[in-house]
Design a protein around this ligand. Sequence first.
Ligand code: DGL
Length: 278
Amino acid sequence: MAEKYQPIGVFDSGYGGLTIFKELLRELPDYDYIYLGDNARNPYGTRSFEVVYEYTWEAVRYLFEQGCQLVVLACNTASAKALRNIQQLDLPVHYPNRRVLGVIRPSVEMIPEMTKTGHVGVLGTTGTVLSDSYPMEIAKMSAVRPVTVVQEACPMWVPIVENNLIESPGAALFVEQNLASIFKKDPQIDTLILGCTHYPLLSEVIHRFLPEGVRLLNQGPIVAERLLDYLHRHPEIENQCSKSGRREYFTTESAQNFDQLANLFLGSEVKSKHIKLG
Ligand code: DGL
């Protein structure tokens, strides 16, 4: 085990990654962690490829500077728009021994066993939907039995979560509209991917408008299970992750605001620190 403090970094544009982080803490509690939310520059979902890549790489470098050898992008938009560049271009040149993982691949791997009708819906940010990452990854997985994928961008859902408007009538209105729209595109959908880490925070509202028999794919437990498996398969990385159960929280916005909402979402006390990126 690493003797130095070498936490696992968990990054999101804001609070959404906490839905992944919570499951990591449950499944892999012994490791040290730093959670970083770029709340000041959220949302990422409506930003260009170049900007999401730039912001994400800044955040990853910051986490590396704190000692992280492994970073999980707990954000679909960053996974869709920045992960490939970081893995293929940046890490080999600048940090050949460090690793950055995303959330799209592990989610897609669950699809063949989840869908009976072979019709899957993806709810995501505009950026994730336009990147076509989900349809492309699902196509790779379903060579034997083709899966039909339809997507719906839900640009209001992240601001609703970031502003803690989950219980508001506006939240119900937008959730109902987006769900109606995706089921209109394909009424045979039996599996709906919550392809944005903020969306599980709207689960209760989503369930109110979900047609009977449709299953929701919630990424948190899947990503946690896949990370556990990854660490078993890669002892050279696992050995680099320190284990003293320490957790740190960084935000690019007000630490006080972050703590309030993070407490609510995680169900435990959070004391974050304000940092600057870029
Ligand atoms: N939580 C992020 C995701 O999974 C992005 C939200 C945003 O910043 O738009 O896509």
